[in-house]
Design a protein around this ligand. Structure first.
Ligand SMILES: Nc1ncnc2c1ncn2[C@@H]1O[C@H](COP(=O)(O)OP(=O)(O)OP(=O)(O)O)[C@@H](O)[C@H]1O
Ligand SMILES: O=P(O)(O)OC[C@H]1O[C@H](OP(=O)(O)OP(=O)(O)O)[C@H](O)[C@@H]1O
Length: 232
């Protein structure tokens, strides 16, 4: 919920609905979803330096965020709605409503190991984990939950990208990362040794604004839900 300026030099107290859009891999599909839902998208680009796109006639504005920041903008109410990968959402631990599985941006979390280590362990996860204790990941919360469920104690090393590098230079024995085509694992001679959970893009909402502005937001959410169904 935000107070916006309505142009013509005239300041009007208009309540904009703010939607946080991710730049990067999900940006294009997010814009396609908005267009399919009949929302304005003229001139919106998730990859430029313009970070706010207001549409006063529709009382709507989009803000362009780093994907990992989308849950934060929504949780704090700087955005009413947001589009974010389930992977990022779970990792953030943000207290938001998860409203719609939008279907695009499919990937899945895996535990992966260097092929040679996996073979040395006789392709047994138990054996592998008895000799491999350091895990590199961009997703420490997801990794910690996964190992806690297995009842395994490991050391988790947080990285910000190119996770597949860590086992090649001895920083870690294993990685927890998202996989889509599997190409990156293959190119780095890593193999999936356990599947954790799948992820797709989600529509999320700020808990307070979704309650207070239920009517407007519900109608927007339904348009987006129907658009996602028609695209999948
Ligand atoms: N290889 C992939 N194939 C398909 N979807 C992916 C892939 N990698 C990531 N995703 C999905 O796209 C989302 C955004 O990924 P992207 O690489 O654009 O940003 P990021 O680097 O994870 O975020 P940040 O820049 O904030 O760290 C991920 O959270 C995930 O849901
Ligand atoms: O299975 P694939 O289709 O090869 O995709 C998987 C890769 O995509 C993601 O990386 P990203 O491109 O987001 O870069 P990052 O390492 O900087 O996170 C993920 O972390 C893998 O490295």
């Amino acid at each position: 919920m935000n107070l916006g300026s309505m142009g013509e030099g005239k300041q009007v107290d208009a309540i904009f609905t703010t939607i946080a859009l991710p730049k990067g891999k999900l940006g294009k599909d997010a814009l396609k979803l908005l267009a399919t839902a009949g929302l304005p998208v003229e001139g919106v680009d998730t990859e430029t330096r313009q970070l706010v796109f207001p549409f006063p006639d529709a009382s709507l504005r989009y803000i362009i965020c780093r994907p990992t920041d989308v849950p934060t903008y929504v949780e704090y109410g700087a955005a009413d709605l947001g589009i974010v990968g389930k992977d990022t959402l779970v990792e953030s631990g943000a207290d938001v409503f998860e409203l719609v599985d939008l279907g695009f941006g499919y990937c899945r979390f895996v535990l992966a190991a260097p092929r040679i280590k996996w073979e040395e362990a006789g392709q047994s996860l138990e054996t592998l984990l008895s000799i491999s204790r350091r895990v590199a990941t961009k997703f420490p919360r997801v990794a910690a939950n996964f190992f806690a469920e297995l009842g395994q104690q490991v050391e988790i090393i947080k990285l910000h990208g190119n996770i597949e590098l860590a086992p090649q230079v001895g920083l870690a024995d294993l990685i927890v990362d998202i996989v889509s085509t599997g190409r990156t694992l293959k190119e780095n001679d890593l193999v999936e040794v356990a599947s954790i959970f799948p992820a797709t893009a989600r529509l999320i909402a700020n808990r307070v604004s979704y309650r207070i502005r239920y009517r407007e937001l519900y109608s927007l959410v339904e348009k987006l839900r129907q658009a996602s169904q028609s695209l999948n």
